[in-house]
Design a protein around this ligand. Structure first.
Ligand SMILES: C[S@@+](CC[C@H](N)C(=O)[O-])C[C@H]1O[C@@H](n2cnc3c(N)ncnc32)[C@H](O)[C@@H]1O
Length: 249
């Protein structure tokens, strides 16, 4: 068994949910809690964000840290992809994702930091709320391998937490309280834009753009969404995290 902190911590989180909920774990509500919840609405926002950055029918996409299929499920409702690969470190999340996604989607268990695919395999990669749980060095290693599997001109879309966004401080405060109590939990890591810029430069990525989490709704929705709390949104939606888009030259 790998001793990597993310493998240990995420498997423990999912085991706790399974213990708490039993058979109910195998629902979008509970398997969705393992990836942040609001399964349908956030999935649709992810799909529309990827569309905004060029995802189209026929393309090949790698979903790094696909979890229980929140993004993949929405992709199945929005696109006829040429290929989809979802990777994650928790087997039961992948089992759930496989149940609810198109049968041609591939899911693969990994132990983190590399993508099990050949060079220049994908038009696009996405990583939603992944680098929020990794050390900067681990993020760097993933970025390096994601660049390898992207085709020239291919794009990576990822989300991140940053101190400049006031509402990201709630994550920081919750993590600080856990640290104070000596509780074991997965890492919540903030990634500053100057670090992303430095990584992009060293890894030869072109920085396409950032989206501010607090800069107003920026994802053009292709259909209205209803959040778990009942709020209906149409037109444009927000993501809780900031977003960065990198391109392999
Ligand atoms: C907050 S969830 C987000 C999941 C999904 N991207 C989404 O937005 O629905 C974080 C996910 O990252 C996965 N994860 C953590 N470290 C990982 C790693 N090194 N490689 C791949 N997946 C990882 C976890 O198992 C979990 O499914």
């Amino acid at each position: 068994m790998s001793e990597k902190h993310f493998v240990r911590d995420y498997n423990a989180l999912v085991a706790r949910l399974q213990e708490q909920h039993g058979e109910q774990f195998w629902t979008k509500e509970v398997a969705g809690q393992a990836v942040g919840g609001d399964f349908e609405a956030i999935g649709q926002i992810h799909a529309d964000l990827l569309r905004m950055h060029g995802l189209r029918d026929g393309m090949a996409l790698a979903d790094i840290a696909c979890g229980s299929g929140r993004t993949a499920h929405a992709l199945g409702n929005n696109f006829e992809l040429g290929a989809y690969l979802g990777i994650d470190i928790v087997q039961d999340l992948l089992v759930f994702a496989e149940r609810i996604c198109p049968p041609e989607y591939d899911f693969s268990l990994v132990d983190g930091l590399t993508v099990p695919a050949g060079d220049a395999s994908f038009d696009m990669c996405c990583a939603f709320s992944l680098f929020t749980h990794l050390l900067h060095e681990e993020t760097y290693l993933y970025l390096q391998d994601i660049r390898r599997v992207l085709k020239p001109g291919g794009v990576l879309v990822f989300s991140f937490l940053e101190f400049a966004m006031e509402h990201h401080w709630t994550v920081f405060e919750a993590t600080r309280r856990k640290a104070e109590a000596g509780a074991r939990a997965q890492l919540n890591v903030f990634l500053e834009r100057n670090a992303i810029q430095a990584f992009a430069k060293r890894l030869d990525f072109e920085l396409v753009r950032f989206h501010d989490a607090s800069g107003g709704p920026f994802v053009p929705l292709s259909r209205p969404i209803v959040h778990e709390n009942g709020t209906r949104v149409e037109g444009r939606a927000n993501m809780g995290q900031s977003v960065c888009v990198l391109r392999r030259p």
